[in-house]
Design a protein around this ligand. Structure first.
Ligand SMILES: *[C@@H]1O[C@H](CO)[C@@H](O)[C@H](O)[C@H]1NC(C)=O
Ligand SMILES: *[C@@H]1O[C@H](CO)[C@@H](O)[C@H](O)[C@H]1NC(C)=O
Ligand SMILES: *[C@@H]1O[C@H](CO)[C@@H](O)[C@H](O)[C@H]1NC(C)=O
Ligand SMILES: *[C@@H]1O[C@H](CO)[C@@H](O)[C@H](O)[C@H]1NC(C)=O
Length: 959
């Protein structure tokens, strides 16, 4: 500001000196006393040249006093919507020309009554807002000549999903060096940065996330800094201005006061903070250093705030003496606003030490935290959260993603329910692209499965985050007057595989020609989920690390009562899996296991069951499955599961193997003809593996960690084994050679292909020679980690080339592991007899090489699974992330649900077991494979895995 600091002004003014006069009018009495300051005016005197400069009355009033006073007045404006907001009849985001829409016969989860309110009826969208819910009268309808009508047929409508933690537009996909604007490395405290300034409208993920029902996201800077900058709340639809500014929900930086007048209401801003490992790592600091960075930053802001408050107190009193400029600083104003309660603070914070630190800072500087994000240990310290200044922050969580770094080691799937039980608000968030926000609903489903009540599970991605953002006056609810952001689902949103049929943002339908399927009516109800009370209690007892090792059944005879169906591996059946029994409505089914082997499945009165029940003194273990089922254990592949525990901690894992193409395998390890064997690097009893076991994944297949071209030999192991020498721990020590072909590596893709050609045609030496000979004979598959269609096409050609050059009688067996672009070549892959194992069932175009995904419903009619199955490609479903192995059952179930009846239950199980093994070179005796018993529902639904029957070890594990 440029007003003169010591500007003397006369008291009596003329009309010309309005600026001075305005200030003085209110303060005359005081000013009259200020006789000491009778001085000749310098600048103002020019304006008031005809003043009578009296000898008794004058004071220092700055030229821009009114401006300073208006800044002071702005400090008093409360944050939040304007009082008039609720009476709006049209949204500020309304796009002229948008038709009104009437959705009839909807089952509406409104978000009201703590998420328990459900209304059956119609919804009228008009002017970008929800005009009417329930019975839309004909008088109201008559006002709309041209109205779009949608018959919801009784299906569910919810508010649009609000993602509280996203990097959409700043951490763009496909990932390119020029498209990452998440983290600044310019210092630990940067409250002046704004995510909006890096927000790219070209992120491929917007349309994908919308297709998952996400309508609003908080885009946050990354976690490289203690204070990383300001977030931006955006709506995900395409806007007429095609620019980032148009995406903002309520632009807090708006300068046009007829759009937003900050003297009436003050729009909340959002700010990112982070503690612990991430900022520590970036600034090579300790937690102590980062905490000091916070305190130093806040102390700076506090001083500025005090200076402003002092200034304003004096200025409004008219006491301009020595006041000078209104104290302000563009770099620090946002942090000062945090102290004024006008900024929602979002703190990335995992561990107890960090949570406690930040709570201490809030009390020292008196500001509140809106939410702790990631927050993996919040469930262990609810009282710490409650002692935060201004009340407990919400906890924004992942459902089952944990143990990926030390700070998340105690993360628990029971955290959402435990926090809710402690009255802490729970939000499920994506951290997109860490999780693809298109499937944020899946996080709420998982939280629900593990015990978060259904009303809070849906609230966790709608009403709760809307409230945390300070935006629940317009988003997060299906409520009259709220923004017309809603989703029509094809099932109850908490049912597995729930998919939008249509998504409206600001009343505008976002899916131009959605592909939908009709689901069985059972999917329209809140799904039944297991009871995990004991597990949740134990998790707390063990401070987040409950023992996961299974307990062996004491009796060798186990009888399962009330079994709904039994699936078994059967090599003769088309998919290698068949149903051997299913309960008919007229009678219950019991299954008898002796010495770890299933001996019969029959009615409770049958001789086999009766004799087992009356078995000897050794006793019988009776397990009532209450309608659950028995199915073959599943097999996972594609992640490093089995090679370690915390994948960001080198000391907890096998590490990166030497590779003879990019460097060289040391001669001491066998030189360039060696093949590294995953079996030599296995770790057992990891929490990832035990949790997979407890979720029905009894076998893991893993290749040495990828990194280079020649990956090495895979191995198959038992996920429930204690150590390598345990009975049955190694299922097969080596099954197939893996190679990896990806761009952006050195050397080039063409060099990698040349190396593969050489290996296939010419490699005869050493261990590699032995295995490539088996590959040439068609005795062993070659597994090629690849995603890209051009690379896959080259591999198809190479296969034919080698088969012709060597005039092979038996075709080569190739398996593509990855294959996100495989659907583009489905016919060719089918003709070439190549198998595919997906590492992402629900593909995400994170890398350029995998950008051409087939997204599936509602964006494409077919899923990538169906696209390949149609061409008779042998297909398996794996995962790329170790902690996701436990979700294999839900993934294969999802594939079946999405297939609209094309994939049977047996085939779904095969996709996650027999097919995977076959394609990875693992051969098993079907009789030796574990069986998994679930309680309540089956493995492909929300049943709870309670037992693993192990013929190999001759026992039953109780979980
Ligand atoms: C609403 O949809 C359900 C399911 O399709 C149907 O049974 C019912 O008759 C419909 N109600 C109205 C009022 O159309
Ligand atoms: C401010 O916004 C109003 C309402 O959108 C618009 O009519 C006006 O032209 C804008 N003024 C400027 C200076 O952009
Ligand atoms: C590799 O094998 C092919 C086919 O047998 C042969 O033509 C070629 O000369 C061999 N290359 C090398 C480098 O040995
Ligand atoms: C796939 O296999 C089925 C059954 O063997 C056969 O009828 C069908 O023609 C095959 N489809 C293709 C595309 O080869």
């Amino acid at each position: 500001m440029d007003y003169d600091k010591t500007l003397p002004v006369a008291v009596e003014t003329t009309a010309h000196a309005q600026q001075c006069q305005h200030v003085l009018r209110h303060n005359r009495a005081r000013i009259l006393l200020s006789a000491l300051f009778v001085l000749a005016a310098v600048q103002c005197a020019r304006l008031v040249s005809n003043l009578d400069v009296g000898s008794h009355t004058a004071v220092n009033v700055p030229l821009h006093a009114e401006e300073a006073l208006s800044k002071c007045r702005l400090l008093q404006v409360p944050p939040g919507p304007s009082p008039a907001f609720n009476s709006r009849t049209q949204s500020d985001r309304f796009v002229p020309g948008t038709k009104a829409t009437l959705i009839t016969n909807a089952t509406i989860w409104t978000g009201g009554a703590d998420g328990l309110e459900v209304v059956n009826g119609d919804i009228l969208l008009d002017g970008g807002i929800i005009k009417r819910i329930g019975d839309v009268g004909s008088d109201l309808l008559a006002q709309h000549a041209d109205i779009a009508r949608v018959d919801a047929k009784g299906q569910w409508v919810s508010p649009g999903i609000v993602d509280l933690h996203s990097h959409l537009g700043v951490d763009n996909v496909p990932e390119l060096r020029g498209a990452s604007d998440t983290n600044s490395h310019k210092g630990p405290v940067l409250p002046w940065l704004r995510a909006l300034d890096g927000l790219n409208t070209r992120d491929e993920a917007y349309k994908l996330s919308v297709a998952g029902g996400v309508t609003t996201s908080l885009v946050l800077p990354g976690s490289a800094n203690a204070i990383g900058g300001q977030g931006a709340i955006i709506k995900l639809r395409h806007t007429a201005d095609r620019a980032p500014t148009g995406m903002l929900l309520e632009n807090p930086y708006e300068r046009n006061t007829s759009v937003y007048d900050p003297s009436v209401n003050f729009r909340f801003r959002q700010m990112k903070h982070a503690c612990g490992e991430n900022p520590d790592r970036v600034y090579s600091s300790t937690r102590m250093d980062i905490l000091w960075a916070f305190r130093e930053g806040y102390e700076h802001a506090r001083k500025l705030k005090v200076a402003q408050d002092d200034y304003c107190e004096k200025a409004t009193r008219g006491d301009w003496v020595g006041l000078g400029d209104y104290p302000e600083d563009l770099q620090w104003e946002a942090l000062v606003d945090v102290l004024r309660g006008r900024v929602k603070v979002h703190t990335h914070c995992y561990e107890t030490v960090d949570l406690d630190d930040l709570v201490r800072v809030t009390n020292e500087f008196q500001f509140s935290i809106a939410a702790f994000h990631h927050a993996h240990e919040t469930y262990l310290v609810p009282d710490t959260l409650k002692s935060a200044y201004g009340g407990a922050p919400a906890a924004a969580l992942f459902a089952t993603k944990a143990r990926y770094k030390r700070e998340s080691f105690r993360g628990s799937e029971f955290a959402p329910r435990i926090l809710a039980e402690n009255d802490i608000r729970v939000v499920m968030k994506s951290d997109h692209p860490v999780l693809d926000s298109r499937f944020l609903l899946g996080e709420a489903q998982q939280a629900y499965y593990y015990g978060l009540p259904h009303n809070l599970a849906l609230a966790s991605i709608t009403t709760t985050p809307a409230g945390v953002l300070g935006q629940d006056h317009r988003i997060g609810y299906v409520k009259e007057g709220h923004d017309a952001d809603i989703v029509l689902w094809d099932s109850h949103p908490l049912a597995l595989g729930a998919t939008p049929q249509q998504v409206w943002i600001d009343g505008i339908p976002q899916l131009s020609s959605p592909h939908t399927i009709t689901k069985p009516s059972a999917f329209q109800h809140v799904p039944k989920v297991p009871n995990f009370d004991d597990e949740a209690k134990e998790t707390l007892e063990y401070d987040g690390l409950p023992p996961l090792e299974p307990k062996k059944s004491v009796s060798s005879t186990v009888v399962f009562a009330n079994v709904s169906s039994v699936l078994m591996r059967s090599p003769e059946s088309p998919h290698g899996v068949s149903e051997i029994a299913s309960a008919q409505s007229d009678g219950a089914l019991f299954a008898v296991v002796r010495g770890g082997r299933l001996v019969c499945v029959d009615s409770p009165t049958s001789e086999c069951v009766q004799s087992a029940l009356s078995d000897d003194e050794a006793g019988v273990e009776l397990v009532d499955l209450e309608g659950g089922s028995i199915s073959p254990g599943l097999t996972t592949v594609g992640s490093p599961l089995g090679l370690g525990e915390i994948f960001s901690e080198a000391s907890t894992q096998d590490g990166t193997p030497a590779d003879s193409l990019s460097s060289s395998i040391p001669s001491l390890a066998g030189g360039s003809n060696a093949l590294i064997r995953a079996v030599d690097g296995l770790s057992f009893s990891t929490r990832h593996a035990l949790l997979a076991y407890r979720s029905g994944v009894t076998t893991g297949i893993v290749a040495p960690n990828t990194g280079g071209f020649l990956v090495g030999l895979n191995t198959a192991f038992a996920t429930g084994a204690k150590h390598k020498l345990d009975d049955g721990a190694i299922v097969q020590s080596a099954g197939a050679v893996h190679v990896s072909i990806h761009p952006a590596g050195t050397p080039s893709v063409s060099t990698q292909i040349a190396a593969l050609r050489y290996l296939l045609l010419n490699q005869t030496e050493g261990e590699a020679g032995k295995w490539f000979e088996k590959i040439r004979k068609g005795e062993s598959p070659l597994v090629i980690n690849a995603e890209n269609a051009d690379i896959i096409a080259t591999l198809i050609s190479l296969k034919y080339e080698v088969e012709e050059t060597l005039t092979l009688d038996t075709p080569l067996k190739f398996t593509i592991l990855g294959g996100r672009e495989a659907h583009l070549l489905a016919k060719r892959i089918g003709e070439a007899g190549i198998g595919v194992v997906f590492r992402q069932l629900r593909p995400f175009p994170k890398e350029w090489e995998a950008r051409r995904i087939l997204p599936g419903l509602p964006l494409s009619e077919k899923s990538q699974v169906i696209a390949l199955l149609e061409h008779n490609v042998t297909l398996g479903i794996g995962t790329d992330i170790a902690e996701r192995a436990r979700n294999t059952r839900f993934d294969i179930a999802w594939a079946a649900i999405e297939s609209d009846g094309l994939i049977s239950r047996e085939q779904a199980v095969a996709l996650g077991s027999t097919n995977v093994e076959r394609l990875l070179g693992i051969e098993r005796n079907a009789d030796e494979v574990e069986l998994v018993a679930t309680h309540g529902e089956d493995l492909l639904n929300y049943g709870k895995v309670v037992c693993v029957v192990s013929p190999g070890r001759g026992l039953v594990d109780l979980l």
